[in-house]
Ligand binder design. Structure first.
Ligand code: ATP
Length: 278
């Protein structure tokens, strides 16, 4: 559904994307994980036709984004990082404008708005001005807007940034539901637990390159499933073990105490790049 071959994006001397190959099959929920400036948004901007690639190829559902830009754009919906709704318009007016831009007929637009506002649980707010909504509600309106033209692929750029944990989980449920209903999802995030919870596959991005790509379970298992952390004069140290027993046995020798825990995706990212995602 998404195909990227040898993608490069330069901004002057800066290589924002430095030779990425990526194939996302239909129905997958794919997460793109990396620290600030890794190239996540740039990749999404290229795939959604908002910025030009420098070299390489990219296609959405078989449509080359350079040669068949309009057809490629019709395949996807985008929820950008920043809230860019019209705050002086109502919820349903925001969706209606999007439907018009995609040349949807009035009857089809009305039906789709009703369907989507029920889907994102905001039907009772359809006539509210966007400026009167909470942050989590605005995110759900953005998701509904991106789905107006029934895209095959949904791009979500940091969909839960700045939301409190309860609201974040609500958005996660919505994202899962959209995937279960057949949409391919490409998600960027700083939140490790978000990728771990949602994604079928994750790519770790660092300085415009993919440094690892696999299912969260396999990326974690590559390190060992258990970790101990302990404090030394040089700071926090961590070691990884295949079993809880092995971790405990090693840890008993630590003089200043230790923490025994499950390995997570942050550990996998840290061990591959030497840096934290957040
Ligand atoms: P964040 O998590 O902070 O959103 P990101 O992984 O999405 O980061 P990008 O926004 O893709 O990173 O940026 C990748 C690199 O490209 C950064 O070094 C950024 O400064 C640079 N960059 C992005 N857009 C432009 C632009 N329009 N002009 C020049 N440089 C840019």
């Amino acid at each position: 559904m998404i195909r990227i071959d040898q993608l490069i994006k330069r901004y002057g001397a800066l290589m924002a994307i430095n030779g990425i190959d990526l194939h996302v099959p239909a129905g997958e929920l794919f997460a793109y994980l990396g620290p600030n400036g890794a190239g996540k948004t740039t990749t999404i901007r290229i795939l959604t036709g908002l910025t030009k690639l420098s070299s390489g190829r990219a296609a959405l559902n078989g449509h080359d984004i350079e040669k068949e830009t309009l057809a490629a754009k019709r395949q996807c919906g985008l929820v950008p990082q920043n809230i860019n709704l019209d705050s002086e318009l109502t919820v349903s007016e925001n969706l209606d404008i999007h439907g018009r831009l995609f040349c949807m007929k009035p009857v089809a637009r009305k039906a789709k708005i009703n369907e989507l506002l029920t889907y994102v649980d905001l039907h009772e707010r359809s006539k509210s001005l966007v400026k009167q909504l909470s942050g989590g509600m605005k995110r759900r309106v953005m998701v509904a807007r991106a789905l107006m033209h029934s895209p095959r692929i949904l791009f979500l750029d940091e969909p839960t940034v700045g939301l409190d944990p309860n609201i974040r989980r609500r958005i996660w449920s919505l994202i899962k539901k959209i995937q279960q209903d057949g949409t391919t999802i490409f998600l960027t995030t700083h939140y490790i637990e978000e990728a771990e919870f949602l994604a079928d596959r994750v790519a770790f991005l660092d300085k415009g390159r993919i440094v690892a790509m696999d299912s969260p379970i396999k990326l974690i298992a590559g390190l060992g499933n258990w970790a101990i952390d302990w404090l030394t004069d040089d700071g926090m140290q961590t070691a990884y073990f295949p079993s809880r027993t092995a971790a405990r046995e090693s840890a008993t020798a630590k003089e200043n105490g230790f923490t025994l825990r499950r390995v997570n995706l942050e550990d996998a990212f840290l061990s591959l790049t030497g840096k934290k995602v957040q």
